[in-house]
Design a protein around this ligand. Sequence first.
Ligand code: SF4
Length: 327
Amino acid sequence: MKPLEYVCPRTVAEAAAAHAAHPEARYLGGGTNLVDLMRLGVERPELLVDITRLPLDRIEELPDGGLRIGATVRNSDLAAHPLVRARRAVLSQAVLSGASGQLRNVATTAGNLLQRTRCGYFHDLGRACNKRVPGSGCAALEGVNRDHAVLGHSAHCVATHPSDLAVALAALDAVVELAGPGGGRGVPATEFHRLPGDRPERDTVIEPGELITGVLLPPLPDGTVTRYRKARERASHAFALASVAAVVQLEDGAVRHVAVAFGGLAHRPWRARRTEAALLGTAPTAESVARAVEAELAEAVPLRDNAYKVTLARDLARDVLGALTAP
Ligand code: SF4
């Protein structure tokens, strides 16, 4: 049996210090992903830093109309919060499209962002995986890669990130707040998760000892509409094959603000900047929306088994953007 230490700090500074002092430490929130990975032997921490007693469990409206979501806010509470449902439906819809009610009752905001890929080879200790064992290879390249990435992948890893919440946050221009031994910093949600490159073992830009303390959502202008749609193998309890989060504001029929992010296609939420640039300032039609979506998905490089994802993402994005830009 592998010895495991457990601490339950009461302040953010204590938590960050405990984590920073131990190279094999992991933060424990709801544990819905970490504990599964520990059972499989994929994660083998020597220290668990329980952050559930930290004062990070609130959703606050900010004076400018923005919203601050604490790191340990449970997914169910986030999805049900009146200010989220009223002004940022995309966030509520994304959270409710993931996992089960029971899991959402314990899973936290930070834990949702930090969950690991569901690549089957990552979970199989008998198969090569650069993310689990750097330098060991990638079994998915020649294996079954139906669920894997079509954008931003590398010769070292073709995994996708499984979070729905992260996709909505990318479209909302959220900022992930981090605290660490060296102080605090904010990282745009679009840059929080990494592309795999030659370091696929690193999912995010978090440095050792850093702790997510919350997520900051900027204010949205009046009239902004949002939506999340997800395609999956079955109606519930399944990860995205492809998903899209969109945030749109129209003024006099023209697009004044648009943000689009894809999920299920890459190692991180994929912000569709080409689509946005093509739509901004225009009065959209079904044809121009289709062209704008195509401009982004032309970048896709499907693997042997997953060209269907491009079609799926194209249809989802056209549908969502068509609905949000309809007169
Ligand atoms: Fe591992 Fe990434 Fe390859 Fe999956 S795709 S086997 S996570 S290196």
